[in-house]
Design a protein around this ligand. Sequence first.
Ligand code: SF4
Length: 200
Amino acid sequence: MSINIQIPKCTNCGLHRFRRNMVIGRGVIKADILFMGEAPGRSENTLGEAFVGRGGKLLDRIMRDASLLLHIPVPSFFITNTVLCRPTDSVNGDNRPPTEAEILACRPSIKYIISIIKPKEIVFIGRVSERYYASEYPGSIRILHPAHLLRQGGESSNYYWVTVRKLAELYERMYHAKKETLFHTDKKRSRARRRFVHSC
Ligand code: SF4
């Protein structure tokens, strides 16, 4: 799923030299949850979408299992990273973690994306995004990065279900908050309707 967030071709840090695509993210605008990972990898750079490699597929399964665990629909979401270009040191080079300078250089773009999405909750995927953004979004949760989970055995790792449960708890909290809001909106509407009927 691609999305139409316009960010001009950015050259604010050295990562622009080896990128094929700026990877803004995937998901929907005005999403309930914004997931923030670390950086695009090789597949994401090629396809121009976030979390589309093996890690992305595992993340999709985590979201699906969190929803199945408590029979709660997956909230709407958008997934991005702390940098929009793949960190590497040559066109055919390996992935590496983004440097602090690169993360800080990309901050205006990330803040712009967050301002468009306007999420109710932010979920940090791994420690890097949490380190740079958690102080601004207190109460956000962190889940294990799927790349880390893959190294531990993916779905057969014990950490897989720990991660699923953590996300499921957030889904549940959001689901009940939404129900509560709908309940109060309905009550307000009925009161307004009654007032209108009595005034006629
Ligand atoms: S990583 Fe961010 S700051 Fe660096 S070139 Fe890409 S979009 Fe610009």
